[in-house]
Design a protein around this ligand. Sequence first.
Ligand SMILES: Cc1cc2nc3c(=O)[nH]c(=O)nc-3n(C[C@H](O)[C@H](O)[C@H](O)COP(=O)(O)O)c2cc1C
Length: 180
Amino acid sequence: MKVVAIVGSIRKESYNMQLAKFIQKRYTEKFELEVLSLRDLPMYDQDIENEAPQTVLDFKAKVKAADAVLWITPEYNGTVPGVMVNAIDWLSRVDKVMIGKPSFMMGASMGNLGTVKAQLHLRDILFSPGINSPLLSGNDVYIGAVHTKFDTEGNLTDEGTVKFLDSVFENFLNWVKNYI
Ligand SMILES: Cc1cc2nc3c(=O)[nH]c(=O)nc-3n(C[C@H](O)[C@H](O)[C@H](O)COP(=O)(O)O)c2cc1C
């Protein structure tokens, strides 16, 4: 099974990116995870959507080829960071590559609520007509106080979180099989 991760932070030391890489390593025997970068995606512009830049076309092609998308989002000012919304806007237009493709979301923040608000908003966005992605429910992952849960090498050291991730990824893999 091939999954792409879309991470809503482009900063070098991003905890959400560390989480994506941790997941990639830990479940490498169970599924293939490609972590996509949003760093080079231009701002969505309706004037150019029919002749989109190659970076956009490449990004969309990778999403299209994946069996599922793993959304890993920080929370900025109580919502989804702009880089992630920008990516979603590109995905929702012209070739609407997300429609019908299963999604799983999670997020990490320094606050105690671990991206609850951002994920509520992201859920609504994923249900919009241009995206219309089935989303795994009942397996919410909110990683709060994330700066206390990774070591300096990017390992997730919080045992409870790791165990919880093991169980939700088991559920995710079983669920995705219904769509591929
Ligand atoms: C512009 C901005 C807004 C933020 N707003 C929130 C917020 O609403 N809730 C929260 O828990 N953390 C907030 N934070 C702190 C983030 O949780 C923290 O910077 C986190 O490390 C970002 O994720 P990253 O490490 O993947 O980049 C904010 C950070 C920035 C830079």
